[in-house]
Design a protein around this ligand. Sequence first.
Ligand SMILES: Nc1nc2c(ncn2[C@@H]2O[C@H](COP(=O)(O)OP(=O)(O)O)[C@@H](O)[C@H]2O)c(=O)[nH]1
Ligand SMILES: [Mg+2]
Length: 229
Amino acid sequence: MSPKELVGVVVYGSERVGKTSLITKYIDGSFNKDDYSQSVGIQMYKKRGVRFQVTSASNEKSSEPETGSTTDIDPGGRQLQSHTDVDIVILEATDTGCIYARRDWVYIKMSVIILAYSTTDPRTLANARSVLERARELQSKAKIFLVGLLADCEEKRAVSFSQGQEVAAEFEVDFRELSAAVDGDRVNGLFADVAPFLVLRDKSVKRTSAADLSVWRKIWKAVMPWSSS
Ligand SMILES: Nc1nc2c(ncn2[C@@H]2O[C@H](COP(=O)(O)OP(=O)(O)O)[C@@H](O)[C@H]2O)c(=O)[nH]1
Ligand SMILES: [Mg+2]
């Protein structure tokens, strides 16, 4: 069986809300408080060799028998593959708040948006709110997880749990608070909840698919809006 990866998740939100820290904690379990690098454009990360149950459309089914995994067909006609080793591709993008039109690929192309804000800064929740409004406007089909980060910073807290919860309820999206610094289990739990909404694809075909190319072209334009192609 060819190597697989799960694609279609972006961690999106204002600058300095803890997006990179969340992803890094998930990928290698590390957290470095002083490690801040301004994220320009889009970063791509990979969590390699994740073992859990993934679901793929039945037309993507491989005929090759797979060792060490069991398969079953769920009532929706999709093939469940248990204990499959996959890579998860995670994008990070900063919401600049003003040129949202350039970020519309996020709402249209991503199957999951982890929409991050900081519990220490109400402006970042306001930004997240405008992202949710834009997603609604574009009738985005993405599964959205609103996530309040830096939840361990109680002394700096400026957004209550219920304020985050209210925004999530208004837009009917999933909600939780997390700390990349202290909540490794909850970080893993978030990505475990995200995984079933992602698209499983063969790593070997990714560079040749026209659909993928158009995504990458859009991303390229978002990173370098002045480029013409
Ligand atoms: N105390 C604490 N600090 C955090 C946490 N997550 C991120 N930070 C710090 O917040 C700053 C911004 O984090 P970063 O992940 O780079 O934010 P990004 O710009 O959204 O990617 C860095 O100095 C991090 O060390 C957290 O859960 N707890
Ligand atoms: Mg970052």
